[in-house]
Ligand binder design. Structure first.
Ligand code: SAM
Ligand code: DTB
Ligand code: SF4
Length: 318
């Protein structure tokens, strides 16, 4: 297990002939994950839109005309009803999102803690993504049984300022350190298709792979170019670029969960199968991500059956 990969080494992996890259990634993956098991993670937006941050890709930023503001925040019971339904459909992890710059104390945070406890009582992994947090909030989330906190780096340190100006890369790293300190698993990845170079992709992976331990889960998103965001005109990501990104993430971080995240809705079955072959061992499962679409449950069940991969079963309640 290495934590000292250089950006040049990583870029060389990204540039390998595809057949060689796939071969290397499969060798690593088959050792770490015999049987090609895949985790199904369901995603629900608890607090949608009206976010103060200016993330150029995000339809929930109040700086973007796509902002879906004015949505009431979901309450504890309806969220847990969704978690139960996700579990019945076969999900192993339940992820909840808040369009916040940071977590504030008060009723919404207390509700978040109840949601986490409720999801854990169902025997599912619970993941929260809600922006920056304090040490004491991280400690309370850990105490409530939170499995994992998602906070993405999104892109390379070099490309970052062209995507977000209201929060620094350094602040993101500090948030991640707080999550770790509280003993919560880290879910941290990024997005491709935002006008970055291949070196930027390598540089993002370099930051992730230099963490010790590696993030327990690494979401790889392809930009969903939403109308009304500054990135609305970005050309669609080539699925083979996503395959390369997944394969290299797998080689660098053999034991991390590499989640094939946003961008699957427009991908062919074959493109997705290549991502699974390249080492993706998790997908978002359910008809919506946060505000955009995802393949439907039947299509994903078919995909897994056709690919011959096995979803994780529910855990024993904690
Ligand atoms: N507000 C919190 C934050 O930013 O940390 C949590 C929610 S935020 C929507 C979670 C992640 O979703 C972002 O970091 C980004 O990586 C991803 N995301 C948002 N919009 C996206 C889009 N249009 N395409 C791909 N990924 C997107
Ligand atoms: C992640 O990396 N991708 C998910 C999850 N973590 C929170 C979110 C994708 C959002 C795609 C755009 C939307 O649906 O709003
Ligand atoms: Fe807000 Fe998160 Fe969207 Fe950025 S990605 S605008 S922080 S909801």
């Amino acid at each position: 297990m290495r934590h000292d990969w250089s950006t040049a080494e990583i870029q060389a992996l990204l540039e390998l002939p595809l057949m060689d890259l796939l071969w290397q990634a499969q060798e690593v993956h088959r050792q770490a994950n015999p049987g090609y098991r895949v985790q199904l993670a369901s995603l629900l937006s608890v607090k949608t839109g009206g976010c103060e941050e200016d993330c150029a890709y995000c339809p929930q930023s109040m700086h973007n005309s796509s902002d879906v503001a004015g949505q009431p925040e979901l309450e504890v019971e309806p969220v847990l009803a969704r978690a139960r339904a996700a579990k019945e459909a076969g999900a192993h992890r339940f992820c909840m999102g808040w369009a916040w710059r940071d977590i504030r104390d008060g009723a919404p945070f207390e509700a978040m803690l109840s949601m986490v406890r409720g999801v854990r009582e169902l025997g599912m992994e619970a993941c929260v993504t809600a922006g920056m947090l304090t040490d004491s909030q991280a400690a309370r989330l850990a105490e409530a049984g939170l499995t994992s906190y998602n906070h993405n780096l999104d892109t390379s340190p070099e490309h970052y300022d062209r995507i977000i100006t209201t929060r620094t890369y350094e602040e993101r790293l500090e948030t991640l350190a707080r999550v770790r300190k509280a003993g919560i698993s880290m879910c941290c990845g990024g997005i491709i298709g935002m006008g970055e170079s291949l070196t930027d992709r390598a540089s993002l992976l370099q930051v992730l792979a230099s963490m010790n331990p590696h993030p327990e889960s690494v979401p790889i998103n392809a930009l969903v170019a939403v109308e009304g965001t500054p990135l609305e005109e970005q050309p669609a990501v080539d699925p083979l670029d996503l395959v390369r990104m997944v394969a290299v993430a797998r080689i660098l971080m053999p034991h991390s969960r590499v989640r094939l995240s946003a961008g699957r809705e427009t991908m062919s079955r074959e493109g997705q199968v290549l991502c699974l072959l390249a080492g993706a061992d998790s997908i978002f499962y359910g008809e919506t991500l946060l505000t955009t679409g995802n393949p439907d449950v039947e299509a994903d069940q078919q995909l897994m059956a056709l690919a011959g991969v096995t979803p994780w079963q529910e855990q024993v309640p904690a």
